[in-house]
Design a protein around this ligand. Sequence first.
Ligand code: HPA
Length: 234
Amino acid sequence: MTIHIGADPGDIAETVLMPGDPYRARWAAETFLESPRRVNEVRGMFGYTGTWQGHPVTIQGSGMGMPSLSIYANELIRDYGAKTLIRIGSCGAMQSHVKLRDVILAMTASSISTPSRGILRELAFAPCADWGLLKAAWDAAQAKWTMVHAGGIYSSDVFYDERPDLNEQMTRHGILAVEMEAAELYTVAARHGARALAVLTVSDHLLTGEALPAADRENSFGEMVEIALAAAFA
Ligand code: HPA
């Protein structure tokens, strides 16, 4: 048990998928894992462990935003020995060639700051995905004929953004989409020698104002889970 995860030692697999929403963790575990069992419910941030094609997998909610994700990523890696962490989540597109439901593999994640800023101080650390996971996820997406993009994303601290100029700069610099967790996941994983990747589905579009209807979100979310699982065990 850690402060935020009630699982017993050995209850957490070395491979962890991390959706922001704990109910998505439950849905993904019940849909894609064999014999899933709940291993965490502290603060309602559900975690489940089961197997996928015989491989042990944990699906643990991260909550929204980098401070929340940071707590779970730190405890999963440092206390439970997680070695591969894949964020599965939604994002807002920032380029016109990126469409709703497309999948984005985050090669890098820019930010204003992350919870790791206090350690890195003046260093503008470049958080990046694990290459092997990224390559495997790309191959898995291609095999499924999924519309996939690999490139930089923006990990923002705010959903209700009062600085549209920052989004404009991100778009101008080729950033594909915005979400709120990947930069810290990549940084914590790098610090502790774990592998990390963010696989994201475009749920809304900052340039057009479009958004996916709730029913579509579940289908797109499923594709992302399949890509993440295939990448983890490629
Ligand atoms: N902003 C931040 N995070 C997000 C968004 C967004 O527009 N869409 C999905 N996650």
